[in-house]
Design a protein. Structure first.
Length: 142
């Protein structure tokens, strides 16, 4: 009986560990050029897909910036609150088959994200082939 209880406790705790250490949550983005923290993106699940929204911008001069180069529904919307990751699906240990948008230039890229560790997220945006793109590492906000 003790073995059954021990196994049950281990299974339940491992489920909670896996849920609390997935890609969802708040992530600090780092500027490619300066190496400084740029924003916080909240990654969340909706209808089985993964999305990411800008919820904080650190540079006070840019908190009210609009996405001037965006098109469609995102045109001239505030970057703060903008959904920049859309429609990623889980595929093994990564999330893909969606897109990421760069609010600096309004361009959309295919996107793959992979949890490198519980607090480090690899985010890759690319055109065509994954080899032709850019990788950033985002860090979990605690």
């Amino acid at each position: 009986m003790k073995k059954i209880i021990t196994v049950a406790v281990l299974l339940i705790s491992s489920m909670f560990y896996a849920q609390n250490n997935g890609v969802t949550g708040k992530w600090k983005t780092i500027d490619d050029e300066t190496g400084q923290a740029k924003s916080i993106v909240e990654i969340y699940e909706k209808s089985g897909k993964i999305y990411g929204k800008v919820i904080e911008i650190f540079d006070t001069e840019h908190k009210k910036d609009l996405c001037k180069d965006c098109s469609g529904e995102d045109a001239n919307k505030p970057i703060l609150g903008l959904t920049i990751i859309k429609g990623l699906s889980k595929d093994g240990n990564e999330y893909s088959s969606g897109e990421i948008m760069d609010p600096k230039n309004g361009r959309h890229y295919k996107c793959t994200i992979v949890l490198q560790s519980k607090d480090k997220l690899k985010v890759r945006g690319y055109i065509g082939f994954a080899l032709l793109g850019r990788t950033q590492y985002w860090y979990r906000v605690k």
